[in-house]
Every structure is written in C-alpha cells, then in structure tokens.
Design a protein around this ligand. Sequence first.
Ligand SMILES: [Zn+2]
Length: 230
Amino acid sequence: MSSDEIRSQVLEACHALAAYELGPGIGGHVSMRVPGEERYWVNVLDRCFEEMTSDDIVLMDFDGTVIEAGRTISPGIGFHPGIYRIRPDVGAIVHTHGYWVTAQSAFARPPQAWHNLSTYFQGRTAVAPDDDIESIAPALGSDDIAIVIPWHGAITVDAELGIAAALHVTFDYACKLDVTLSDSSATPMPDDHLQHIRQLLGTANYLELTWDLMRRKAARAHGSRPSIGA
Ligand SMILES: [Zn+2]
C-alpha cells in the first residue's frame, strides 16, 4: 500500500468518525502503521476530525519525530508506537473522546453486555491503570481489541483501519447502553447467551458492513464518493 493510500484511509476514517459525532472537538487520533517500518501516519492536533484534509495527516516515527515537521501533534500520541511495538498484528489505532466512551470510562471498567453487539468486547477490553501515556500500551492483552482509559476516553485496534474504526463506533454504542442502563432494573446478558451471540456474530461480516456505512456517511458529509477499496 502506498503512502498516498494510507494517508487517504486515515483521512477517510477521520471523516467517518466525525459523521458519528466522535471527536467533534480538538483531540482524538487515528493512525495507521506503515507495514514493515517503525513509522505510522496520524492526524494532527489543531483540527477536528471533520476538518481534516490530506495535509493534516502526517508521518511519524516510533521515537516521536514528525517526519513532516511543523505541525502540532497530540501530546498523548505516545501510546500509538507503544501499541505497535507490543502488538505486531495491530495495523491501525483509533482513539476518541466521544461522549459515551468518555462517560463510560468514568466507571473505569469495560462496558457490560446489554446488546448483541456488546459481545465483541466481553473479555477483550483492557482497562489502562490511568491515562499516563506510558501505562496505556502495556495494559493491552494479546487478544484485546479495545482499551478503556479511565476518566479520558477509549481506544480500539485492529489489523485494518476500517475494522478499528467500525469497532470504535460499535464500542461507543455499547458504552451508551452501559451508561444509560447500569443504574436501572435492566439485566445484563447472561453468560451462556453471550457465548451463543458471540458465535452467531462470528458468522456475519457486521464490522465490514459498518465500515462501508461509515464511508458512505463520510462521503455524503464531504460531497465526495468513498475511495475505492479503502
Ligand atoms: Zn485522549
């Protein structure tokens, strides 16, 4: 995959997350690893997701050097190389301070299962000990797909950026249910039902379809067509 293709995928993911109102303000980052190198592309700090253009997606190395200098990067960017070093299978990382993931993070625990889609995250969500950047990456287990950063926000990861972004939108939904139902008389999904649903979800391509939907929403918001094959 060329640098231009990686850059356009990161940009498209920023716009798609914006279409879900994840990251309407300053903060939050989407990154994609350059395969086989200790480098990754990531958005700058001084724009919100919706505003990003191709020029706002910059190349960084794992030591924190901005290859295309002159742009402001989030001071919290350090967990990206941390995760890429610990998990060679991870090719993309999405971090937002979306309202519901942030509200749920104040519980300092993974969201409980209130819906079929919540089952993706059961037993596969890490909780960082705090939001010290050095402590976040080591919290991620070998099979985990999400991290709750207490009183801060959330991270999702995958080999592919589209799936990491779709997981983020799905995690936001699971968190909204947890925040709104935790203090109610509703009952979280029993464990045997959870295992059954997880098996069923494994037979569907829900996350791929969600990424396609996200791309369509982003294209509508920006008056363009989704990029081919992204
Ligand atoms: Zn943050």
